[in-house]
Design a binder for this molecule. Structure first.
Ligand code: CNA
Length: 341
């Protein structure tokens, strides 16, 4: 939809170039970069859309029209070499990290002790400036490298990269588990930020992340030595801008993708969720999630494995004969992680 909109706003010449695949990639990059602040992924601050208002939910979803045969899905993966993966909190629930919205286990259902005015307030910048305690308590538990290990889902995405099939991995997660399976800067866009750096929310001065971690683990509230503003890790809160790389790279990666895989997200948080709609209309899209989300089911080449993510990954790997490779990667990496602990 975004690409269509871009094509409509593009000159006839460039439009024809794109459609006939003759446009040099550099020309497209320039064109898209100039338009990056428009369109579905173009709202550059983090917002949550209620699904009833979302661009993509609702009409057009039809489970009977979605390919769900794992043999066919494995064939698509096998035949693809420019895969874009987008992931959300559901990818990490098998590691023990709760997502936002799952009933009973999700973070939003377990916030009553903080007396928040509404659940999302815990990740809202204006709320944090006045009351950092709820977020700091959450961050103490989920600081990367403290309590949790990557699971099969993370290793599967890394295996796609090792097999030369992955264009890029876009994640909303801030738990750092992707880094623990070996993703380096060039292969991953952490669209909602990272725990690797920290800064003052008022004067923006950077703050040593080890010091932040130490204070949070001791239940202290770190403040800026200069202006006394509250310190937070550089995660993107609701109301804050996403990193520039997200806008520079997501649309172009999706335009050239031959498969989009969407794992463990409710597709309710924008602009990240817009990635799902950014590939060409006939580009295959695979959803791996408990439930049908976003616009999945509305396009001709949509497919889905609905159910537990690790179970779905097992069945794909079975078909691709990747189970041994994945197991070996996991075992070797976990040995390494033990050494570094
Ligand atoms: P969400 O809105 O909570 O959606 C998660 C989705 O995953 C839902 O559709 C669930 O049904 C599905 N799901 C959960 N577990 C499984 C499973 N085992 N198998 C199959 N499906 C499953 O989370 P989103 O990521 O869509 O929301 C975006 C927010 C959440 C981003 O801003 C993240 O930064 C934020 N978040 C991140 C983490 C993390 O880093 N691990 C944890 C919690 C929240």
């Amino acid at each position: 939809m975004l690409i269509k909109r871009l094509l409509q706003s593009c000159s006839t010449c460039a439009n024809n170039d794109i459609l006939s695949n003759l446009a040099p990639k550099s020309h497209l990059i320039q064109f898209l970069a100039g338009n990056a602040n428009r369109g579905l992924v173009g709202n550059n601050v983090l917002v949550r859309f209620n699904s009833s208002f979302s661009f993509s939910g609702g009409a057009g979803r039809d489970l009977s029209k979605i390919e769900r045969d794992v043999d066919k899905i494995a064939e698509r993966i096998s035949g693809s070499s420019n895969i874009v993966v987008m992931a959300g909190a559901g990818l990490s629930t098998a590691s023990g990290i709760p997502d936002f919205r799952s009933p009973n286990t999700g973070i939003y259902d377990n916030l009553s002790k903080f007396n928040l005015p509404y659940p999302e307030a815990i990740f809202e910048i204006e709320y944090f400036k006045n009351n950092p305690k709820p977020f700091n308590t959450w961050a103490k538990e989920f600081f990367p490298g403290v309590n949790y290990l990557p699971n099969k889902g993370h290793y599967f995405i890394k295996l796609l990269e090792n097999e030369g099939k992955l264009t890029k991995y876009y994640t909303q997660n801030v738990d750092g588990l992707d880094r623990l399976v070996g993703f380096k800067d060039e292969g991953i866009v952490e669209a909602h930020g990272t725990f690797n750096t920290a800064s003052c929310v008022e004067c923006k001065k950077s703050y040593p992340v080890e010091e932040l971690k130490e204070k949070l683990l001791q239940d202290k509230t770190p403040t800026c030595p200069d202006c006394k503003g509250n310190i937070k890790p550089d995660l993107v809160f609701f109301g804050e801008a996403l990193p520039k790389r997200f806008f520079d790279e997501a649309e172009i990666d999706c335009l050239f993708a031959d498969l989009l895989i969407c794992i463990g997200t409710s597709l309710e948080v924008y602009p990240f969720a817009g990635i799902a709609d950014a590939p060409r209309h006939d580009t295959p899209r695979l959803l791996i999630n408990y439930d049908l989300v976003g616009s999945f089911g509305a396009r001709p080449a949509d497919c889905a494995l609905l159910g537990d993510i690790e179970h779905s990954i097992d069945s794909i790997c079975n078909k691709l004969n990747w189970n041994d490779k994945l197991k070996q990667m996991q075992t070797q990496n976990e040995e390494k992680l033990k050494i570094y602990k």
